[in-house]
Write a protein that binds this ligand. Structure first.
Ligand SMILES: [Ca+2]
Ligand SMILES: [Ca+2]
Length: 501
């Protein structure tokens, strides 16, 4: 694969991300109690019989609609004797904001109306090229939490303490159609169609079902308006890449890929080529990568451009054809760019390293992972084949559990001083291979899983008597664990992906 050298250098903080997530959870419990009165008036009389003002009709929200969230999706029908060239929304007498539209003589337009708690007076206006306009108004009441209703019922508990953001939300679902409007009741059919329509702040929720697609994401969010592409329930949306290179191929930035099951790609399950992307809570397996110069991975941020990425809470296993023996180019999780964060993941049965770093990596954070039964190493820290001049240094590798691999944790090729702190590394053929660093506080003890099985069919939570409980350091600890339960319980975080107590 060819890589270029663009990079960003902004330092990124870890914990504010999760504060943001929990704030979103609170917002999502707001109820929108719809109380609307619609009326339609021409604000300017037609100046001649040769030009008519547009007509405008509100199709949704319907009168009395109850919607959870901090705004509502709206759909209007417009027409004009020539063309409607501009559509605007105005909330509570604020500025008139343009809705992005293509000029149309007649058609339906879908857009988002952000709302505030309490009473909202909304005015929508359609203009033609001559400046004639027609307005329609809505009154919407947004209630406070606990004011009644079901809360929308769509938050689910599968993600534990993680709640999907509550921005403008669209849906893909089984039995959907790409001629639908992307609402929950009328979802789109394919992710590939849906992702092209996303704008900063948007949320795409994919309803449970099977999807035979290889999805390329070219849109980007912004630092404050990330784009979220999520399985509506954790692992409920099952993506079969059908032998294409990638399951989900992210080319844009500030994109979150959340909770998908991905299989049957021939290079990588989920891959990022750009900075500031996050892979959260996915399950990737059965990746048929070949042991050639391309290699592959379950979760792949190996491009030097994919800096400042986060790979958190994922399960990756059976990466490459294990019957062919080890291959140092096929990994569970692969990081090749600066400042990546790899936390709370479970990785096993990769042909190469469970967690691997290479290319332009530097300053990575690798904590609270479990890596077992891989064919080469549990965690491999190194850099090479890199035109950016970086080397693998200033890593924090802490609170991980690495067992039953040929090599436990190692440094390889171009490395500097890294910190290996409080890892449990046990029953690997060789537990440690460090070359420019030392390790502190390591445990070499049976971690005491509930049920260890090398094929992945076990239960890798810790028994209450485990020596790994409360043995973690708190530096860079995420606020949640693999199950999105609170990470900090007891006197200290537990080692590995699960916080037991
Ligand atoms: Ca007109
Ligand atoms: Ca604890």
């Amino acid at each position: 694969m060819g890589f270029d050298k663009a990079q960003r250098s902004n330092p990124r903080k870890v914990t504010p991300l999760f504060k943001e997530l929990f704030l979103m959870r609170q917002l999502s419990s707001l109820l929108l109690v719809g109380l609307l009165a619609a009326c339609s008036t021409n604000e300017q009389a037609p100046s001649s019989t040769t030009n008519q003002a547009p007509s405008l009709r509100i199709l949704s929200p319907s009168n009395g609609a109850s919607i959870s969230g901090s705004g509502t999706r709206a759909e209007v029908s417009v027409s004009d004797d020539k063309a409607v060239t501009r559509l605007t929304r105005q909330v509570n007498g604020g500025s008139e904001q343009d809705v992005e539209i293509q000029p149309t003589q007649s058609g339906n337009i879908i857009f988002w109306i952000p709302l505030v708690s309490g009473s909202n007076a909304v005015v929508i206006r359609a203009y033609d090229a001559e400046g004639l306009s027609t307005s329609a108004s809505l009154n919407l009441q947004v209630g406070s939490p606990g004011s009644g209703g079901s809360g929308g019922g769509s938050s689910g508990t599968d993600y534990g303490g993680y709640t999907l953001p509550s921005g403008p939300t669209y849906y893909v679902g089984p039995g959907g159609s790409n001629t639908n409007d992307g609402s929950r009741d009328r979802p789109w059919a394919t992710l590939s169609f849906a992702v092209q329509r996303l704008k900063p702040g948007d949320v795409l929720r994919v309803l449970p079902g099977s999807y035979n697609e290889s999805v390329q994401v070219t849109v980007s969010g912004t630092p404050s308006q990330r784009i979220t592409i999520a399985s509506d329930t954790r692992w409920g949306a099952k993506l079969n890449a059908q032998g294409n290179l990638f399951g989900i191929d992210v080319r844009g930035s500030y994109v979150d890929i959340v909770g998908f099951e991905v299989t049957n790609a021939t290079n990588s399950g989920i891959i990022s080529w750009a900075p500031y992307n996050r892979f959260l809570f996915n399950h990737v397996y059965g990746i048929r990568a070949q042991c050639d110069s391309n290699g592959g991975a379950g979760l792949n941020m190996s491009s030097p451009n994919s800096s400042d990425g986060v790979i958190l809470g994922n399960l990756a296993h059976d990466i490459g054809d294990l019957s062919q023996g080890f291959c140092v180019r096929i990994h569970g999780i692969y990081l090749g760019a600066p400042r990546g964060i790899i936390q709370n993941n479970i990785v096993y049965r990769a042909r190469g390293n469970g967690i691997n770093t290479w290319h332009a990596v530097t300053g990575a954070v690798i904590t609270h992972n479990l890596s077992f039964a891989n064919l080469y190493s549990g965690i491999s820290v190194g850099s090479g084949d890199n035109t950016n001049g970086n080397r693998a240094e200033n890593f924090l590798v802490a609170n991980n559990i690495v067992v039953y691999n040929p090599r436990g944790i190692r440094e390889v090729n171009n490395t500097g001083v890294n910190r290996f702190v409080n890892n449990l590394v046990w029953n690997n053929e060789v537990n440690w291979i460090l070359q420019t660093s030392t390790q502190q506080g390591s445990l070499s003890l049976d971690p005491g899983f509930v049920n260890y099985r090398p094929d992945g069919s076990g239960n890798y939570a810790l028994q209450s008597t485990s020596p790994a409980i409360d043995k973690g350091i708190t530096e860079q600890t995420p606020s949640i664990d693999f199950q999105a339960k609170p990470r900090l319980q007891g006197s200290a975080p537990d080692l590995g992906p699960f916080e037991v107590r």
